[in-house]
Each structure stands twice: as C-alpha cells, then as structure tokens.
Design a protein around this ligand. Structure first.
Ligand code: HEC
Ligand code: HEC
Length: 190
C-alpha cells in the first residue's frame, strides 16, 4: 500500500503540472485493490482500431486512438458532444455517431481489458470521466520523465495527443519503450 501511495502522489503532481485539471482522476485505496485484482486477468493485447468508419471519421485530424485506451463512459461522453470536441467541430450524422458510439463502447478498455489499459487507467477514479487518454493517471506517470523542452517549439510534435510521433508502432497498438523515437530528440533510454 505504501508504494501505491507514493506512485499516485507522484502521478498526481505530474497530472497537476501537465493538465491543470481539477478532476479527481485518482481512485481511493479500495479501488486500488479492486483494480489490482482486475489487472491480473488483463493480459490481453489492445484491440486494434480496425473499423473503417472509425478510421475515416475519427482519424482525419489525428491518430486513430485504439478504443481500448479509454473506458466506455468516456467514449459515450465524447461522442455525445462532438460539436465541441477540444475546440473543434467534429459533428457526425446521427447514424454514424450512433454506430461509432457502439463500436467504441463495445471495445472500450474497461469492456475488453488489456495490460496497456490497466497500465494507463488502472488507478482511474471510477467516478471520473476523462476525455483525454493523455490525462489518465497511468499515462501521466509513464510520461512524467519526458523533459518539457522535447515538446516546446517542436514542429513535429505539438502535444502528448500525438502518440504515433513518438511511438513508432502505435498504430499496431504497440507502445513498448524500445520502439519510442521522439522527433528532434531520438530514442528513449532511461
Ligand atoms: C476536426 C478535427 C477532429 C476530428 C474529426 C476528430 N477529432 Fe479528436 N481531437 C481533435 C483535436 C484538435 C484534439 C486535441 C488535440 C491536442 O490537444 O493536441 C482531439 C483530441 C482527441 C482525443 C484526446 C487525445 C488525448 O490527448 O488523449 C480523443 C480520444 C479524440 N480526439 C477522439 C476522437 C474521436 C473518437 C473522433 C471521431 C468521433 C475524433 N476525435 C474526431 C480534433 C478532431
Ligand atoms: C513525446 C513522446 C511521446 C508521446 C507523444 C507519447 N508517448 Fe507514450 N511514452 C513515451 C516514452 C518516452 C515512454 C517510456 C517512458 C518510460 O518508461 O520512461 C512512453 C511510455 C508509454 C507507455 C508504457 C509503455 C510500457 O511498455 O510500459 C504507454 C502505454 C504509452 N506510452 C502510451 C502512449 C499513448 C496512448 C500516447 C498518445 C495518447 C502516447 N503514449 C504519447 C513517449 C511518448
């Protein structure tokens, strides 16, 4: 339990700095135990983003995030408000919107768990509904050693949302450290 406290405190500091978010994204101790247990059966690989409509509609502006990177409630909330999508209008026709909501929710990280999901979201407070993968507690923790100068004024990298710029095999759902190559910085070796 002590280790968990330390880890979530560090993640919390990182989260505050990176996101300025006041959302309670961190689970309490009871939930740690719950998720630890769930993590043990979450050995599966991440489901690929292989739905053609999803790729067409949702990867026009950015990387096709695998549905398993967010919980179902996050996709539901996001798809319910596409006219105000991170400052952009990403509105879809009702049929498409419903089809993609179903696809994303059926393949969400808490529905089809993977090791990667539990690494990123295992400590997520069940009452929080983040819209960004890059704000998940485990995400912040995994990325907190990356120096700010890597992103500052980098023409090839504007934010942590651009997974594929650093994770060279991200589209295959592969985020291993040895496949990281940060534009203007190089391979990651910690
Ligand atoms: C018109 C352009 C556009 C379209 C279309 C679009 N998005 Fe986005 N999306 C954005 C922008 C801009 C951001 C914020 C990126 C940033 O902060 O660098 C974003 C961010 C996101 C993020 C959060 C990334 C992170 O930081 O973790 C997710 C998840 C996401 N979009 C999913 C979707 C889904 C699902 C669809 C299809 C229904 C979609 N997007 C369609 C522009 C778009
Ligand atoms: C600026 C480059 C960069 C961006 C952008 C980035 N990552 Fe990472 N990511 C890294 C580095 C570097 C590590 C290894 C950190 C460490 O262990 O020291 C990492 C680690 C990870 C890990 C853990 C891998 C493991 O084997 O333990 C996951 C999962 C991950 N990133 C997912 C993502 C996702 C999803 C996105 C997009 C929403 C993303 N990353 C965006 C650089 C990046």
């Amino acid at each position: 339990m002590k280790t968990f406290h330390l880890v979530s405190t560090l993640a919390l500091l990182g989260g505050g700095l990176l996101t300025l978010s006041a959302l309670p994204l961190y689970a309490d101790d009871d939930e740690h135990e719950h998720h630890e247990h769930e993590g043990k059966r979450a050995k599966h690989a991440l489901t690929m983003a292989n739905d053609p409509s999803y790729v067409e509609e949702c990867a026009a502006c950015h990387f096709a995030y695998q549905p398993g990177l967010l919980p179902a409630r996050s996709w539901q909330k996001m798809l319910g408000n596409l006219s105000d999508h991170f400052g952009e209008n990403a509105e879809l026709e009702v049929d498409k919107q419903q089809q993609l909501t179903t696809y994303l929710m059926e393949n969400a990280g808490d529905v089809k768990p993977s090791g990667i999901y539990y690494e990123l979201a295992g400590r997520l407070n069940k009452k929080a509904t983040p819209l960004r993968i890059s704000q998940l507690p485990g995400f912040v923790h995994e990325h907190e050693d990356i120096p700010a100068r890597v992103l500052k004024n980098n023409p090839d990298l504007s934010s942590f949302s651009q997974c594929q710029q650093c994770h060279t095999d991200a589209k295959n759902g592969s985020y291993e450290e040895y496949k990281v190559n940060i534009p203007g910085y190089g391979r990651w070796d910690d």
